[in-house]
Every structure is written in C-alpha cells, then in structure tokens.
Design a protein around this ligand. Structure first.
Ligand SMILES: [Zn+2]
Length: 367
C-alpha cells in the first residue's frame, strides 16, 4: 500500500469505529499498510489479534505493542467521535490519546524502517479496554509456543502528563481485590448482650487497617495501600443489630506486597473474630530495571527529540504491559499526553503524534 504521512495514517485509524472487542477493519488495514511484514492472525472467541514481524538481521527482537480498540464514546461530544476533527491545534476523536496516536506512530516508524539490527514486530489487539482475556495474552502464548517471544517491547500507551516527553512507565502496580465477611449473631438493639454485633467488632480494627500502607514503597513505587471500598451490614433499621458484615477492599500493590502478605495483615487484626477472607489478584506488579537497554534507549531518544528528560513512573491503572513482563520481556510504555483519555472530546495534537513517531524512529536506529 502506498505510504501515508503519520497524521494521515492517524486520522485513518481514528475513523474506524473500533469499540471493544470490535476492530471495525482497523487491523486488516494495518496488515495491508505494513505489506512488507509477515502477518499472523491470532483470533480467539470474538477477538481479532494481529502479529506482524520483519527480520532485518540477527540482533534482538524489538516489539511495538498496543490496542486498536477504544472505550465507548459516551455523552458530551461536540463532534462525531469517529469523524476526526481538527480544531484549535487539536485532533478530536475517540482514541486520539488512548491509543491510536501510539499505534499510528509505531506503525509509521516500522513502515519507514530501513535498517535494524534484529527483528522488528508489531503486536496489536482489539481486546484491551475490556476484560483483556482474549487479546495480548493469547498472542504471547502463541509466540511462546513458536519460540518467537520478543526480547524487548514498547507499549505506546499515553504516558505523558504536562508536556510531551515528561514521563515513561517502566513498571506498573498490581491490583488485589479482597472481601472480608465477619459473621456475628443478629439480635434486638435493646438486648446487645444477647447478640454478636459485627459492626462493633469491626469498628475496633478499622483504625489499624483503613488507608494503611502495607510497605514503604521504593524509588519507583508508591506504598501499597489498604483501601476500603465498601462496608455493609444491617437492614436499614434502628432496632435490629446485623448477623453479618461485609467489607470490600483493594490494594494497588507494588513488588514488595503480595497476596500472602495481605492475608497475614488481615489475620493479625481479625484473628480473634469469626471471619472469611477472599482475595483475588487481577494484575501482578512488574518493574523493568532502569539500566535495561530499552529504558536507556528510549530515554535517550526522548531527550534528543523533545529536549525533555522523562521521569520514570509506575503510576496509574494496569495495562497490557504486565502480560509482556510476565514472559520476562523488558517492557516500557511511552506515548502522548493522557489528560483526556476515556473522556468526551478526547484530543491530542498532531505535533505530539509526529514527535512520538520520531522518538520511535530514533529507538529503531539506535537500538
Ligand atoms: Zn490504552
């Protein structure tokens, strides 16, 4: 397919109505656009995933990864979210920041790549914004079977905060969800001695657990905090004390706190009570070392293209980078500013998308 410029490609990608898990043709378009890359489809259930690769030489395998799906537009748009509009220096459309900007930048950088020492690849899914069960995970499983896992990866999620170039993510916190059920004995409010009121029991331990840090964090991670999200008991009446209390909580955990540590923490305060704890880990934390080749190369590229020295962040929710990290791939995330992601009137500047493409050019040529 003939070459577009970066912004033409970006605008084209924005016009696909690719609400999770649909790609609306975006993946086929990219396969046709990168026509000198080998293509493999990894389709699972109702999700399409695309892996493209090209071997230039015997050196390392560098993968650019991302998603073409977007969250539903929601209300409050001033223009059609799937008809990109240029106004006041911004391009407005769903996915402008998260993350068709990133996809356009790395697809264009790969299209123009002349020399690379090893293998360049592109990993795309249309199942990131949903449950993410049939997306990147499945492609990695397939690559593992083929013994073709990348050595390094860049996920082009929007990471910058105030100016383009100011932040890359070198890790992410995990997420552990918990439910504590405290069993008591229901009774009349007038005869508290005959009942076992779970509210009174739990109230005594709340000061020791609510909002407490489970570790001190470190240079890159904030402390893992015990965040209570719900406490419920009772029947919304004043004369019955409840027989059961349910508390829900979440811990965005760093690499110093895991499920076992949370279990021990809860037990320290609840052990004298009749309680049931259920814990579920929805994401595992990871950290790519700052002296990894990928961290050093992208930092240098950002400095040379933008003049900004990026900070190393691990903040925010989870992303598909965690799946790559689980396979031992050194992964970083870098993309445009993220101030309007998932919001109405999502927008980014063409300069940022072009800048991002230049950073990726630089990474490819310096790696
Ligand atoms: Zn995203």
């Amino acid at each position: 397919m003939h070459r577009l410029d970066t912004i033409e490609l970006f605008v084209k990608l924005l016009s696909f109505k690719s609400i999770t898990p649909e790609d609306d043709g975006a993946l086929t378009f990219i396969r046709d656009y990168l026509d000198d890359f080998s293509a493999e489809w990894v389709n699972k259930v109702n999700v399409k995933n695309l892996f493209l690769y090209k071997k230039f030489g015997e050196g390392p395998h560098l993968c650019f990864a991302g998603h073409v799906d977007v969250v539903p537009p929601g209300d409050g748009w001033q223009s059609d979210p799937f008809v990109p509009k240029y106004e006041d220096g911004y391009i407005y459309a769903r996915g402008a920041q998260d993350m068709k900007s990133g996809v356009a930048a790395f697809v264009q950088a790969c299209k123009e790549a002349k020399n690379f020492k090893g293998t360049l690849s592109v990993l795309l899914t249309s199942d990131e914004e949903g449950e993410a069960r049939h997306g990147t995970i499945e492609v990695l499983k397939h690559l593992k079977e083929k013994d073709f896992l990348p050595d390094y990866a860049i996920v082009a999620e929007p990471t910058c905060e105030n100016v383009f170039g100011d932040a890359i993510k070198i890790g992410r916190r995990g997420s552990i969800n918990g439910v504590i059920e405290k069993i008591g004995r229901q009774g009349h409010a007038a005869y508290p001695e005959k009942a076992l009121n779970p509210i009174h029991k739990v109230a005594q331990v709340l000061p020791h657990i609510a909002g407490v840090d489970l570790d001190d964090g470190d240079e890159f991670f904030a402390p893992s905090k015990f965040v209570i999200t719900d406490i419920r008991a009772g029947m919304e009446v004043t004369n019955v004390t409840p027989g059961k209390l349910k508390m829900m909580f979440n811990v965005r955990n760093n690499t110093k706190t895991d499920k076992a540590k949370i279990e021990a923490f809860v037990d320290r305060y609840f052990k004298d009570m009749n309680y049931i704890l259920t814990l579920a880990q929805s994401a595992t934390p990871f950290l790519t070392q700052k002296d990894s080749k990928i961290v050093k190369t992208i930092t240098g590229a950002i400095e040379s293209v933008t003049g900004v020295d990026p900070k190393y962040s691990t903040a925010g929710g989870t992303s598909d980078a965690r799946f790559l990290a689980e396979y031992g791939i050194d992964v970083v995330e870098f993309g445009v500013r993220n101030d309007t992601i998932h919001a109405p009137n999502e927008r980014t500047t063409p300069e940022e998308v072009e800048g991002l493409k230049k950073v990726f050019d630089e990474v490819i040529s310096c790696f």
